[in-house]
Design a protein around this ligand. Structure first.
Ligand code: SAH
Length: 603
């Protein structure tokens, strides 16, 4: 069984909340997900976690369960089994990974494992049943007979062939008995039909299965392969060949180990992906490496790959040198890759969108779930939560951008998975530029190793887009985004750009329109716009869009005053063609629904 993500406990209404919280005691990292319409207080985008709230809200059960399923998240749904089956049914034909899916009665009186037999659903059913003090509704024959799923070995072990496994278990169910060879501690308490003289055997070994139909082979992931500096083309094939020369199964491989100097090497990362194993980086010990042995010492010098394995693995591993530049270690028990050297650090710069959870892109959510460290302006870090106990949060002041960017690289180059959060889109007047500026200048400073960090920038819905969508389509033709903040650029530049944009009849989205420290700038900018644009020009003001207390107002350039605007407002100034109209349908306040748009054409 692979190590699982924390399960999602999905409920519909508050009737299931008490049972959900009991299950959370069983899985402390699990979050309770509730239907938005039942849990969200109108006007409040965030639901407080706690006794009467849920941790995360979703909009529609069916699509949400499918999204969780497709991302491999174990699902504990507190509703009828039939509902859950119908929701995920469209995905079942796909042969992708199948996470455990369980239905639990709202009142905690029944636990039904539905899917994910090979991913440990019955183990979860037993754990949940124990927590709720009810019998689990186990229906898998092998599991019922033997008290465990023989085909679902624990984390750190892999089944050689699932097809052979199924045949083997049905033979046991038909009355055959088996020997157990090798260390299979998880089968100690299983009620298997054992016999020391049985023809059939469950064999736990890193050696490849030879196709013998009498054997069920389970591989401990107990092998590590080290590659030295140099040519990593065809690395995956070289690793496979190395394993083959020793008769080892690729499924027994736990990790590829390489020198820290190779941590920026993408070909190695691809090789590890292709083999489905971890890529870890180590430093050869001080007295090892390719150095010559001390004078008078008869031992040969350690090769670099051997030295890497010696430095990174426990002493009792058997290490074999395989030329050229490759060595292999076999441990007696599974190797936890997380304990070998360190990973390639990762820095992901994400945008949260304007505020509401449903406007955050899934890639950003995934980066947050995988993060070890989260950095950003305190307000946004809080918006990105809640976080698990194992995640470190580093909130900072808004003005410390370069320092924050450097801190992120320092953490990431130590092997951590760092996420930097911005609001909206991280590339629009936000942290992505600061992060790249830090990297750009690092080669000349003292931090060339930052270049080895796996850097990714995940886009987000920027405030202008979020506001425009609420209003209609004011950005439907050519537009520009301008920050009115003169903190980082001279006011003269802003004036010139506003004047030219106004003359060019571009729709304008003003970010950072005013602040306490910059009280007069917006009025000055509006005066400039008014020189070339009519007083009737449509203006949209979006304040705290996607956040609690959001407001959207449309007005005109003639009526607009800086008193209507604060630093949490997005100002969109229409072009000469931007139009407003109303429909008969009503908005929430009973007024006719108004739409603002800029046509795609020009007269
Ligand atoms: N990276 C952000 C912008 C940061 S600059 C993005 O892409 O949206 C900060 C300015 O963005 C604020 O002064 C305000 O003008 C605007 N802004 C950010 N979030 C907003 C929201 N939820 N509603 C309205 N304006 C917002």
């Amino acid at each position: 069984m692979a190590r699982l993500m924390p399960p999602a406990i999905v409920i519909l209404g508050s009737g299931a909340l008490a049972t959900a919280r009991r299950l959370q005691r069983c899985y402390p990292d699990a979050r309770v997900h509730g239907l938005r319409s039942r849990f969200e207080v109108p006007g409040e985008a965030h639901v407080e976690a706690g006794a009467d709230g849920v941790d995360i809200v979703y909009d529609e059960l069916s699509a949400y369960l499918r999204e969780l399923y497709a991302s491999g998240t174990p699902i504990i749904a507190l509703c009828a089994a039939g509902i859950v089956i119908r929701c995920v049914a469209p995905l079942l034909a796909n042969k992708g990974a199948e996470p455990p899916v369980l239905a639990v009665a709202e009142d905690g009186s029944a636990v039904v494992p539905l899917l994910g037999g090979l991913a440990g659903v019955n183990v979860m059913a037993r754990e949940i049943a124990q927590a709720l003090d009810v019998p689990p509704a186990i229906t898998t024959s092998g599991e019922l007979r033997f008290g465990t799923c023989v085909l679902n070995p624990p984390h750190g072990y892999a089944l050689a062939s699932i097809e052979q496994g199924k045949r083997f278990v049905s033979d046991l169910l038909a009355g055959e008995s088996t020997r157990i060879e090798g260390a299979a501690h998880w089968l100690d308490d299983a009620q298997l039909p054992r016999s020391g003289t049985a023809r059939r055997a469950i064999r736990v070994t890193p050696l490849a299965w030879d196709g013998n139909a009498d054997e069920l082979v389970i591989h401990p992931r107990s092998v590590a392969v080290a590659l030295a500096d140099g040519d990593h083309e065809n690395a995956a094939q070289r690793v496979r060949d190395a394993l083959a020369t020793r008769g080892l199964s690729p499924l027994a491989l736990a990790a590829i180990v390489a020198p820290i100097s190779c941590s920026g090497d993408a070909t190695l990362a691809h090789a590890a992906d292709a083999l489905g194993v971890a890529l870890r980086f180590a430093e050869a010990g001080v007295d090892a490496g390719a150095s010559a042995p001390p004078v008078g010492d008869a031992r040969p010098a350690s090769s670099l790959p051997r030295a890497l394995l010696e430095a990174a693995l426990p002493a009792q591993c058997e290490i074999v040198d395989l030329s050229p530049g490759i060595a292999l270690a076999v441990a007696a028990t599974p190797i936890d890759p997380d304990t070998i050297g360190r990973a390639r650090g990762r820095l992901t710069v994400i945008g949260l969108g304007p505020g509401s959870a449903d406007l955050m892109v899934p890639a950003a959510r995934q980066a947050l779930a995988q993060a070890t460290d989260i950095l950003g302006y305190a307000t946004y870090v809080e918006m990105a939560g809640p976080f698990r106990a194992d995640q470190r949060v580093h909130p900072t002041d808004n003005r410390e951008e370069m320092q924050r960017a450097r801190h992120a690289f320092e953490l990431a180059s130590g092997g951590r998975r760092v996420v930097m959060v911005s609001s909206g889109d991280p590339g629009v007047f936000a942290m992505a530029s600061a992060v790249l500026e830090a990297l750009d200048t690092s080669s000349t400073s003292d931090a060339p190793h930052w270049a080895d960090v796996e850097l990714q920038i995940v886009p987000g819905v920027s405030a202008a887009m979020a506001t425009a969508a609420q209003a209609g389509a004011p950005l439907g033709h050519d537009f520009c985004m301008l920050s009115l903040s003169d903190n980082l650029k001279p006011w003269a530049v802003i004036e010139a750009r506003v004047a030219l944009a106004a003359q060019a009849d571009l729709v304008m989205a003003f970010y950072n329109p005013v602040s306490r420290a910059r009280p007069w700038q917006l009025d000055k900018a509006l005066d400039i716009v008014r020189e070339s644009r009519a007083p009737e020009t449509t203006v949209v003001l979006g304040r705290d869009i996607g956040r609690p207390g959001a407001s959207l107002v449309s007005t005109t350039l003639g009526k607009l005053s800086s008193a209507d605007v604060d630093m949490r407002t997005m100002v969109i100034i229409g072009s000469s063609t931007t139009r407003v109209f109303s429909t008969r349908s009503q908005s929430a306040d009973g007024a006719p629904r108004e739409w603002v748009y800029t046509p795609r054409w020009y007269r």
